[in-house]
Design a protein around this ligand. Structure first.
Ligand code: 4AD
Ligand code: MG
Length: 447
């Protein structure tokens, strides 16, 4: 009989030297191989993958015979001894990557089936994307999804760590809001006891209030955009972190954003090498992500596009194709500043020319496009009021926001970083839909 002595996980085995220790693991069968007197099971326990070695002489005969009948995703409990196996150390020159390349394996002494799974729908063969998305609740068990979502976890934790170190406090903005932050075309409307409310597109307006109360704040949560676009960069529900600082200018948030992005990447490199290997990510591209990033103005970005033979009209906003071209031209993130005011929201502060705004977008390299949007905010009451009137913004919903410019207004600035786009870039995914557990897209919201 197996005794559970300790809650050992594969992650713990990978990170601690437990060689020669006897451990008990519970998990799911990933796959089974056999070669005569020895059988191998790859076990996944949600924290990693490990090879189990079942030798005929080491276990009861019944157990040995049963191994071959173990089906994918059956639940087992296994007792055995951790041993080192140098052939299971990852080797760059080894073409066949194996998820259980963690340098250790388990010599099994006892094994018990806790649940027998039949006909698991996701098999090692190739499946189409629609099938996988329909089975997203199971697909998240696959090795690549495992790696991506663990990296997502590191990205989120590292952001909190970084902002805490910088002296920010988390200041939660509401999800249900009576007014729009990023324009009225992408609002999800909610019936609020007969009144109209919207799902938040951004917590920015509220963190601005927070910055004047607490100096350095951030909100971090889901945001919603009814985006009619069906691109590999757009979700209807995505996570955004939005730092906002009082007594800060555009330069201050550029500095903050560069350091934050570099910190995120360095943390992923530190904590998730195994996951990056599962994804076959080119690590050197990430090791390169250190400040200073590249910096150009909107005007220079337009010139760059034109020099690459792209017919782009000055004054338009960059779409996905333009972003891809710009971001493929650099090996580090690119900060683009000073966009024309006509294509940016009312709250951005105008520069001296009054034609451009004090804003920045940061595009990730390798063709990934925009991951950050931010700006210095208009802090002058009259100027802000005028801009809101010019843009026909219903002032009654924004009285509180205007109040912030009446009572102790100061220069302030902030930005929003999209989690899924950041994860998609770090993991080099072809679509943001894999960067969130349950994606919400234009024609897909099941499961
Ligand atoms: O550039 P955006 O629209 O900026 C704002 O919402 C500001 N109010 C933020 C601020 O200054 N506090 O969005 C910020 C980021 C984008 O750069 C992108 O990474 C992400 O949010 N994003 C999306 N991610 C996935 N799907 C979508 N539909 C997204 N829309 C924006
Ligand atoms: Mg933007």
């Amino acid at each position: 009989m197996i005794e559970i002595t300790d809650r050992i996980t594969i992650d713990l085995i990978r990170k601690n030297n437990l060689v020669n220790k006897e451990v008990t693991l519970k998990g799911w069968v990933w796959n089974v191989r056999s070669s005569g007197k020895i059988k191998f099971v790859i076990l996944r326990d949600g924290t990693g993958f490990i090879q189990l070695v079942i030798e005929k002489n080491n276990v009861d005969e019944g157990i040995f015979e049963m191994i071959e009948k173990l089906t994918q995703e059956s639940v087992i409990e296994v007792k055995g001894v951790v041993v080192e196996n140098s052939r299971l150390k990852f080797d760059k020159n080894k073409p066949n990557f194996n998820v259980a390349f963690i340098g250790y394996e388990i010599i099994v002494k006892d094994l018990k089936v806790l649940y027998k799974t039949q006909d698991y729908p996701i098999t090692p063969k190739e499946h189409g994307i629609d099938f996988l998305l329909d089975n997203r609740h199971l697909w998240i068990r696959s090795s690549k999804q495992f790696a991506i979502l663990r990296i997502r976890n590191t990205v989120k934790n590292s952001i909190r760590e970084f902002l805490n170190k910088e002296g920010f406090i988390e200041f939660d903005s509401p999800i249900l809001t009576p007014s729009a932050c990023e324009g009225t075309t992408t609002l999800f409307e909610i019936d609020y006891f007969g009144d109209k409310m919207y799902l938040s597109q951004s917590g920015q307006l509220y963190v601005e209030a927070g910055a004047l109360a607490f100096n350095k704040v951030y909100c971090f949560g889901p945001t919603f955009r009814a985006e009619k676009s069906k691109t590999r960069r757009h979700l209807m529900e995505f996570w955004m972190v939005e730092p906002e600082m009082a007594f800060a200018t555009l330069e201050d948030i550029i500095y903050l954003a560069q350091n934050m992005i570099s910190y995120i990447v360095s943390k992923v490199l530190e904590d998730n090498l195994y996951e990056l290997l599962i994804l076959e990510r080119d690590i050197s591209k990430l090791e390169n992500i250190k400040p200073p990033f590249y910096r150009i103005t909107y005007k220079e970005a337009v010139e760059l596009l034109n020099s690459k033979g792209i017919n782009f009209e000055f004054g338009q906003d960059f779409g996905a194709p333009e972003e891809t071209v710009i971001s493929e031209s650099f090996d580090k993130p690119i900060i683009i500043t000073n966009y024309p005011k006509s294509i940016k929201p009312f709250y951005m502060k105008l520069d001296d020319s009054k034609e451009f705004v004090l804003n920045m977008d940061i595009l990730a390299p390798e063709g990934y496009g925009e991951i950050v949007g931010g700006s210095q905010r208009e802090d002058d009451y009259e100027t802000l009021l005028k801009r809101m009137q010019e843009e026909n913004i219903p002032l009654k919903d924004y009285q509180w926001y205007l109040d912030l410019r009446k009572y102790g207004t100061v220069k302030h600035a902030g930005f929003g970083l999209g989690i899924e786009r950041t994860v998609a870039w770090i993991c080099k995914l072809d679509h943001v839909r894999q960067a969130i557990p349950f994606p919400r897209m234009l024609y897909r919201y099941y499961p």
